[in-house]
Design a protein around this ligand. Structure first.
Ligand SMILES: [Zn+2]
Ligand SMILES: [Zn+2]
Length: 287
């Protein structure tokens, strides 16, 4: 797994790379605008160019996280329109910045079936409106708080089946959310079972990123509270099977732990769990 962190963009988007280097991160997640507001000034071309230059110079892969206000599951017309426009704008920003994936919480609706329909249609609509040709959406697994959708792999599979934008939608796991939703990642048997279910419903190849967070609340509590690595109920050993899994070697592993000043320490703890593998034998070039 390519271990990194969620970095602040305070002072300009390209600043995220300076922070990443200080934190020893090998990958980054950012917000492309204020995460708690709808409005944002248009992306400044100079700022976008500086961002792309820093990405090329450092070679650090980047994903973005959408604002928390977007709810594609809602049946309320005004919030739905804001959500569609907001998501389309964020996808266009990702495209302009060369960011391949935008992580999105699928949405919420007390009626699960209706919510799933609305989310699938909303994804197609927002991707179409954005004009983006390359950037797509990573649907994040949720903790299942309140009426939020996406806390069972089946929810995401049903959204993907209904959407017409296949190829532009993949998956982001969150260890804290999975654990709170009742998937016991922290034991070797529970991990194996979780991955079996994931592979059956969605396919492991769809997992492009994993949010690495310990969990303050118990297994199956359906309460989303992130904790520092090794200080929550998953515990440091709870991350061993995930980090040792060769099927997730190419995924970005992103910390979203409470204190950014502890990112470096958390990355050190997780790196110590990565198995050291012998270099892969080179395949002969195909003719
Ligand atoms: Zn998230
Ligand atoms: Zn997350």
């Amino acid at each position: 797994m390519i271990l990194g962190v969620h970095e602040s963009i305070a002072g300009g988007l390209a600043k995220a790379f300076e922070r990443a280097v200080e934190d020893t991160a090998s990958s980054i997640q950012i917000f492309t605008k204020n995460a708690r507001g709808w409005s944002a000034k248009p992306l400044d071309p100079g700022e976008a160019a500086a961002f792309r230059e820093a990405a090329a110079r450092t070679g650090i892969p980047v994903i973005a996280h959408a604002t928390y206000l977007v709810n594609l599951g809602t049946g309320e017309p005004q919030l739905r329109e804001k959500s569609l426009a907001g998501l389309a704008d964020e996808l266009a920003r990702c495209e302009a910045l060369g960011i391949p994936w935008l992580v999105l919480h699928p949405g919420s609706n007390a009626d699960l079936d209706r919510g799933i329909e609305l989310i699938a249609e909303g994804l197609d609509e927002a991707i179409g409106r954005s004009g983006a040709r390359k950037s797509g959406v990573l649907l994040e697994t949720t903790a299942g708080q309140g009426t939020s959708i996406g806390w069972r792999f089946e929810h995401l599979a049903r959204i993907l089946e209904r959407s017409k934008a296949s190829g532009r939608i993949a998956v982001c796991l969150d260890t804290c959310h999975l654990y709170a939703a009742g998937y016991d990642l922290a034991s070797p048997e529970g991990y194996a079972e979780t991955m079996r279910l994931l592979d059956e419903t969605l396919g492991l190849a769809l997992v492009k990123a994993v949010h690495l967070n310990d969990c303050k609340k118990p297994l199956g509590s359906r309460v989303d509270r992130h904790e520092e690595i090794g200080e929550g109920l998953m515990g440091l050993q709870g991350f061993v099977p995930l980090l040792a899994d060769p099927r997730l070697e190419q995924a970005l592993g992103i910390l979203e732990t409470p204190e950014p000043k502890r990112y470096r320490e958390n990355l050190d703890k997780l790196r110590a769990l990565l198995p050291s593998r012998p270099p892969r034998p080179r395949r002969p070039a195909r003719r």
